[in-house]
Ligand binder design. Structure first.
Ligand SMILES: Nc1nc2c(ncn2[C@@H]2O[C@H](COP(=O)(O)OP(=O)(O)OP(=O)(O)O)[C@@H](O)[C@H]2O)c(=O)[nH]1
Ligand SMILES: [Mg+2]
Length: 426
């Protein structure tokens, strides 16, 4: 194994757990942390002059093997330029760190294109800054060689962005077709959503028997994965794993993953997975981020909040934590589980069947003709056929997802069938 790369961290508060986890996910070891408590970053150098000098001194003395300076916040291009110039070491802000993790994690073609698009969008103002500096006669940072190359690079960014958007458009159309197919399939669609590292993929694996990658690191999942629930139900349930949420992402990054997140908005039910083992404040903050992102996606879909990892907390602690977030969850069903110890999974499954739209039970009488046989063959996989009797006419007793009911009942009438609704009637 190669030695871990080393980084130092600059932050404006002591709340650095997440940025540390992000750095570790990218294989950096944080060897020194510089905190300057302040509300607003310094306009020129993010932290004040004194702190910059202190960091420079550290880098002069022990900084030989420091590969990266990580800033826990968002850097303006000019701040970034100044800091790299002062330190002579590469400087990443939080978003650049996250995008690098995405880059490392992206497996599918779509994920790779989405990440590349977000990276180009991220780089644009920074390249603009370099052009500006070069024109003003300042030597650009070591990222670029000179004015000509930088100008050229800017044009390349624009061209590449356009090309990527077109390619993504194509993939999205294919995905749309697959999704439409799934919706029309009559299966119940459940989406797993939640903060990164909450245990979404672990839960998917447990419920479906899949083997999606599960890790202590952040953003293990960057592509969606859909599979069928092991437990038999009618209609069958498809569960989709999605990209984790994280706080303070600009909307254009979320947009880049739009099609992935669309899986959430078309679901019949969302399981919002929350890691309840973290401290109360973190649990609350992350839950707030998730709820506001769900709102952003405009998913008008019922939600079950699944508090996971209860094996790591005492019953008293669990109660205190649940009480402290109650006000955020009005009207939402909640279940506390441990995927690791398989605790309360039956309760979760009960809640799922309670919250999914009830199937519609219908009796149909169809003429015994070729059209009807075709119709039955077509709906065979999409509805639950409870009984079927062939005679002069065909008597069908079925149960179906309300989402597809209208269309199927319409078809039934078209071929001369009669419908006797049992439930779901207005
Ligand atoms: N103690 C405990 N750990 C769990 C539980 N469920 C998941 N984990 C651990 O939590 C970590 C994250 O799990 P994942 O399933 O990868 O989480 P995720 O939400 O899919 O994360 P991303 O895909 O990275 O957004 C892993 O180390 C799991 O082993 C649980 O019930 N108890
Ligand atoms: Mg995952």
């Amino acid at each position: 194994m190669t030695a871990k790369r080393k980084a130092i961290l600059i932050a404006l508060s002591e709340d650095i757990d997440e940025i540390k986890a992000l750095a570790e996910t990218l294989d950096y070891e944080i060897v020194r942390i510089f905190v300057q408590k302040r509300e607003i970053p310094d306009v020129n150098t993010f932290v004040g002059r004194g702190k910059v000098e202190e960091i420079k001194e550290f880098l002069d003395n022990d900084g030989d093997n420091i590969d990266l300076v990580i800033v826990d916040g968002e850097l303006k291009p000019s701040q970034w330029f100044n800091l790299e110039k002062e330190f002579g070491v590469e400087v990443y802000d939080r978003l650049r760190l996250i995008l690098s993790i995405f880059e490392k994690r992206a497996q599918s073609k779509e994920a790779k294109l989405q990440v590349k698009l977000a990276q180009l969008r991220y780089e644009r103002p920074f390249v603009r800054e370099l052009i500006h500096r070069a024109r003003a006669g300042e030597h650009p940072g070591f990222m670029a060689g000179g004015e000509y190359q930088v100008d050229d690079y800017y044009e390349m960014i624009k061209r590449q962005t356009k090309k990527l958007k077109l390619e993504l458009e194509k993939i999205r159309r294919d995905r749309e077709i697959r999704r439409k197919h799934r919706r029309e399939s009559g299966f119940y669609l459940i989406a797993l959503a939640g903060y990164t590292n909450a245990g979404k993929s672990s839960l998917l694996n447990l419920l479906t028997g899949e083997k999606v990658k599960v890790e202590e690191l952040l953003f293990s999942t960057l592509s969606t994965k859909t599979s069928k629930l092991k437990k038999g139900s009618a209609p069958p349930i498809l569960l989709t794993d999605t990209v984790g949420f994280i706080r303070n992402l600009p909307s254009w990054v979320i947009d880049a993953f739009h099609s992935t997140l669309e899986e959430i908005s078309v679901a019949d039910l969302i399981l919002l997975v929350v890691d309840i083992s973290e401290d109360v404040r973190t649990v609350r903050e992350k839950l707030e981020t998730c709820l506001s992102e769900l709102k952003e996606i405009d998913a008008n879909v019922p939600v079950i909040v699944v508090f996971n990892k209860i094996d790591k907390v005492s019953p008293e602690e669990l109660k205190t934590k649940l009480d402290s977030v109650k006000d955020l969850l009005e009207g939402m069903e909640t279940v506390e589980i441990s995927v690791k110890e398989r605790k309360n999974i039956d309760r979760l499954l009960e809640a799922i069947s309670r919250c999914l739209p009830s199937p519609i039970n219908v009796k149909m009488i169809l003429p015994n003709i070729a059209d009807s046989h075709r119709f039955i063959a077509d709906i065979f996989d999409r509805v639950w056929i409870k009984n079927i009797e062939y005679g002069n006419s065909i008597k069908l007793d079925v149960s179906m997802n309300p989402r597809i009911a209208e269309k199927l009942l319409h078809r039934c009438k078209e071929i001369g069938g009669k419908i006797i609704r049992q439930d779901g009637e207005d």
